[in-house]
Design a protein around this ligand. Structure first.
Ligand SMILES: *Cc1c(COP(=O)(O)O)cnc(C)c1O
Length: 429
């Protein structure tokens, strides 16, 4: 049986052991850090190996609030020992990260059954999703490699984020989008000056394959959601959680998963904290997907070692639209190796969770609400104990997809001046 994770093979010739390099995540083949293609030749995802990670230190482990007040201190500077760049380029930061970790509160705890539920609120990033962490990393990479442009494939949030960071850095940005991307996200990337290419009449997975193939042919660096450099940025979420929980490791972290970069980034951060001797155990990740498109969650739930491909599906969680995420097998292998969980959420369950979150003060986009629906199911099936310390990541803001409002019952009334008084009356208040 089996795939061996992180099998060690000496780096290819000519690369110093002290410089970062890339390694394929299942078969352990190494590649230069500068590699243009973001996957290995055999299609496996790649990850960065940071030399001397055992000696890495977190620069400021106390006083998050104080540190975030330091003008120009970016997440990359804070966690520099764990990152593969020569310089951390604070001038490229838009102030991402340092997001709040908030107790979910009594209502959401009652709804999910989980007494120690925490929400990592990534909606307060500069472009209102966690993608900004990865975009900062990719921008530093582009500047270090002296590239003039960044290109990406996105259903919206990554394009918007790359557009903003490209504008900040003075790089040209090109975004390839499927036609179902919400107009709020399209407007937001175009206003930063990006060239937005909307591709009609194609399955998103097919479109992704084609862009990746053409990019390689033309020698253009395209960063999709599972890019190894993006993953380096996403790691910073793990470091923040470690600091916010005073060095304790959560039992579970629930992550809405599409291209898979985010979930593996958070986990890689914890693995590296472990390698650096700062923690003595790893959290269990929970892979959450929409039931109508669950290539990874269904595989894990059914005990399959390969993805179950989805095509031509629809889901209100449009940020979770990878039907065949390239490199996704790594996540399945990790799930078995580390005892991760997987759960899905049906369309109605996603809407209900979005409503529950909003009624508790958190307006998130549907993709982000999937985790809450999944956690409720995992508690009901007694897979997760009521007392477990669980973090759910709120990945993106609700304002990114206003169209979904029509699916909720909202208490909005219209009146003329004469009608105002009846709403001020005692029984209404
Ligand atoms: C991108 C995105 C996801 C999925 O993250 P992946 O890294 O593609 O797995 C989840 N939620 C939101 C809001 C996103 O923008």
């Amino acid at each position: 049986m089996g795939i061996q994770l992180h099998l060690y093979i000496a780096p290819f010739k000519g690369v110093s052991m002290l410089k970062p390099y890339l390694i394929s995540t299942l078969s352990g083949v190494s590649y230069p850090f500068q590699r243009l293609e973001e996957f290995a030749e055999n299609g496996e995802s790649l990850e960065v190996v940071i030399p001397n990670i055992e000696h890495a230190k977190l620069r400021q482990t106390q006083g998050i609030a104080a540190a975030s007040m330091v003008v120009g201190a970016s997440i990359c500077q804070r966690y520099a020992d764990f990152l593969p760049f020569q310089e951390m380029h604070p001038e490229l930061s838009l102030g991402e990260g340092m997001t709040a970790l908030v107790p979910a509160g009594a209502k959401l705890s009652a709804w999910t059954g989980l007494e120690n539920l925490l929400l990592k609120n990534e909606t307060i990033n500069p472009t209102w999703s966690f993608k900004d962490r990865g975009s900062l990393a990719c921008t530093i990479m582009a500047i270090e490699q002296k590239e003039r442009a960044m290109a990406t494939i996105s259903t919206g949030n990554m394009g918007q984020s790359v557009a903003a960071y490209g504008a900040r850095a003075g790089l040209k940005v090109m975004v390839f989008l499927p036609e179902f991307a919400p107009k709020e996200k399209i407007l937001a990337m175009a206003i930063h000056g990006a060239t937005v290419v909307r591709v009609h009449g194609a399955d998103y997975g097919d479109m992704k394959d084609m862009v990746i193939e053409l990019a390689s042919k033309h020698g253009v660096r395209v960063a999709s959601g599972n890019n190894p450099i993006r993953v380096e940025g996403y790691k910073t979420e793990a470091f923040e959680l470690f600091e916010q929980l005073d060095g304790e490791v959560p039992d579970y972290i629930a992550v809405p998963t599409s291209a898979c970069g985010h979930i593996r980034g958070i986990f890689k951060g914890f693995r590296e904290l472990h390698q650096a001797g700062l923690i003595d155990r790893l959290p269990k990740m929970i892979v959450v997907q929409a039931a109508t498109n669950s290539p990874i969650a269904s595989a894990i739930k059914s005990g399959s070692r390969t993805m179950i491909p989805f095509r031509n599906f629809t889901t209100i969680a449009e940020a979770l639209s990878s039907g065949r995420p390239p490199g996704g097998e790594e996540i399945i292998a990790k799930a078995y190796k580390y005892g991760w969980l997987a759960e899905d959420a049906a369309e109605e369950e996603i809407l209900e969770a979005q409503n529950q979150l909003a009624c508790a003060g958190f307006f998130v986009e549907p993709a982000s609400a999937t985790t809450l629906a999944a956690l409720r199911k995992l508690y009901s099936s007694r897979t997760i104990d009521a007392k477990a310390r669980v973090v759910a990541v709120l990945t993106g803001s609700g304002l990114k997809d206003i169209g979904v409002a029509s699916r909720h019952k909202l208490d909005i009334v219209d009146t003329d001046m004469n009608g105002i008084e009846q709403y001020i009356s005692a029984e209404k208040l």
